[in-house]
Design a protein around this ligand. Structure first.
Ligand code: GCU
Length: 422
């Protein structure tokens, strides 16, 4: 018994303390990409090969989900007992120059321990139709008030907690260029956004200021190897937004929900889309390492760097692959594959080499194996020179850097139109 305990303690220590080298070298030279074998999406851990949808859905898919849960993002708690109340705080029927009805909804989460936590959703519904509409759900980085110049948009509650003195980042309209609300609304889409810090602050020292203490068994600072990181918590939050829109907002068509995110929130959108099959379209913009990019290419940001800078994003067991990507039994193309046959879109930017655009593209190609089981299409490696591809797995690359642009939104909307046969 004592030996077993000692062994478990050692394993936990090894899994959590390995890696995280913030000085690990970063490779930007294609000729130095290691030779690696891409794990085969359709080969099970016992060596058998998936030939049917049934085998995929009942054997291989759960097996992969377990690997991503136990070894990368951490496991999402099942029964949490957390209750959510929604309070409509404000409505403006004539927002954005009359294009939209703007609603602001407070989410009040209550844990079984009685602790509560609040978050604020901003929702735009198009005024040009009375029909039920599809919705694009995306977190913002610095508060709802940064996404528009509409002066009646209330600052997100996490602003006071997260804003550093003198920082311009939280100023009204500061991120407006990243939110093409008008374009989406004109095309008949609703858009819902929330500040990701409202769900869980993106800072290791502030994790207890979000929803986490409401979860049964939460133990601050004591993490087990497969305990979820904040990407998992944010993904859980995306599902809570989907709950509200699907069940409480009559203008939303709950069968046409899109989850999107940029960068760390692109990683989050993918993990949310994998776990919550209500998301019919999943969009990851410049998500890079731990998102759409293949880890085994070790190009741009790598596991040592990401786990050193953001130890709270992943589960502690992921550290074991720091400077050891070759040992990974899975890779990120399999994360995309888990979305099959639903629609997934990967967007890259030419100058965003930190996110490894080529690795993001190859991931989209290699995910295709699962899509083929459903006779759904995906890009092939030979199309690497193409800049925009609309298969069930979509992709584009544009000039410029790490950002979300008007052009990106146009591509996302075109892709959603295709997915929803509009
Ligand atoms: C850093 C981080 C990336 C992440 C990005 C972001 O650059 O290294 O992994 O995607 O921040 O979220 O903006």
């Amino acid at each position: 018994m004592r030996h077993t305990l000692l062994l478990s303690a050692l394993l936990i220590w090894a899994a959590t303390s390995a890696g995280q080298n913030k000085n690990a070298p970063v490779n930007y030279d294609e000729s130095k990409v290691p030779t690696f074998e891409v794990p085969d999406v359709l080969t099970c851990a016992d060596g058998s090969r998936v030939k049917t949808r049934k085998q995929w859905e009942h054997k291989r898919r759960p097996e992969l989900m377990k690997m991503f849960g136990e070894q990368e993002y951490g496991l999402t708690p099942g029964q949490t007992g957390i209750k959510v109340k929604h309070e409509l705080v404000a409505t403006n029927n004539n927002a954005l120059g009359g294009l939209a009805t703007q609603k602001q909804v407070r989410f009040v989460f209550t844990g079984t321990n009685g602790q509560t936590h609040e978050a604020l959703l901003l929702l735009y519904l198009p005024n040009n139709t009375a029909k039920r509409v599809p919705v694009i759900i995306g977190y913002n980085f610095h508060g709802n008030q940064t996404t528009t110049l509409q002066d009646d948009v209330i600052s997100s509650p996490s602003k006071d907690l997260m804003q550093s003195a003198g920082s311009e980042k939280w100023v009204r309209g500061e991120q407006q260029r990243r939110w093409s609300y008008e374009a989406a609304l004109r095309r008949g889409y609703a858009v819902a956004t929330m500040c990701y810090h409202d769900i869980c602050p993106d800072s290791p020292g502030l994790l207890a200021k979000g929803v986490l203490p409401l979860f049964p068994g939460y133990n601050e600072g004591q993490r087990t190897p497969d305990e979820w990181g904040t990407i998992g918590v944010w993904a859980w939050g995306y599902s809570r937004i989907a709950d509200y829109l699907q069940k409480k907002e009559p203008r939303i068509d709950g069968k046409r929900m899109v989850v999107m995110g940029h960068s760390r929130l692109g990683k989050t959108a993918l993990w949310a889309g994998v776990q919550d099959e209500r998301f019919q379209v999943v969009i990851s913009n410049n998500s890079g390492c731990g998102g759409a990019a293949l880890s085994k290419r070790v190009f741009g940001e790598n596991i040592a760097r990401i786990t050193a800078s953001f130890p709270h994003w992943f589960c502690p067991a992921f550290n074991a692959y720091s400077e050891n990507e070759a040992a990974l039994p899975f890779d990120q193309h399999e994360l995309l594959a888990l979305i099959a046959p639903r629609y997934v879109y990967v967007a890259s930017a030419e100058d965003d080499q930190w996110a490894d655009p080529k690795g993001e593209y190859l991931s989209a190609c290699y995910a295709g194996a699962a899509y083929q089981l459903y006779e759904a299409s995906s890009p092939s490696e030979a199309q690497l020179q193409e800049v925009k591809l609309h298969h069930n797995v979509g992709y584009h690359i544009r000039p410029g850097g790490h950002d979300v642009t008007e052009y990106d939104w146009q591509c996302f909307l075109d892709f959603c139109d295709k997915a929803f046969s509009r």
